[in-house]
Design a protein around this ligand. Sequence first.
Ligand SMILES: [Zn+2]
Ligand SMILES: [Zn+2]
Length: 185
Amino acid sequence: MVFAHDTEVALRSAAALVNTEARAGDPDELTTLEQLDDFLEEWSWTGSRTHAQHELDAVRALRPRLRALWTADTDDAVAGVNAMLAEAHALPQLVRHGEWSWHLHATPPEAPLATRMAVEAAMAFVDVIRADELSRLRVCAAEDCVDVVVDLSKNRSKRYCDGGCGNRANVAAYRARKSQRTAAG
Ligand SMILES: [Zn+2]
Ligand SMILES: [Zn+2]
């Protein structure tokens, strides 16, 4: 484990949220309240909900702010994280609920969903930046892919997103080697 468990889950959840954005060839995967429900269930989000359009709009608006953290240098990431924490009046508290042992929440469960999502991501980035591990957060190495990646591997070897880019790159490399051999032969 590179970071605390709740930090790793928060980073993966934030990356998944960013990666719902429309990208080359793929539509936006967070355009309806049903899609928001599915996303929150998949990532075990609890706490208050309004199930209103403005809740969806606020979560969608969070995506570019989070994406910016992935591509920022340290100074800019610090500024972004501090702004999110200040806007939400974040107050770190140890809590446990459901199957989750002691972990950090910095917003009350009745805070708006997008605020809680922003602060959870920001708190995870606090850990990443304090550990000087911002280089583990990057954009997929495939040329046509803009998905963000959380590299939690021991040897920092994760270059591609989980959307199949790694496989595609392997196949392309294999084909390139093969056609080279054919040309040479
Ligand atoms: Zn929790
Ligand atoms: Zn990718």
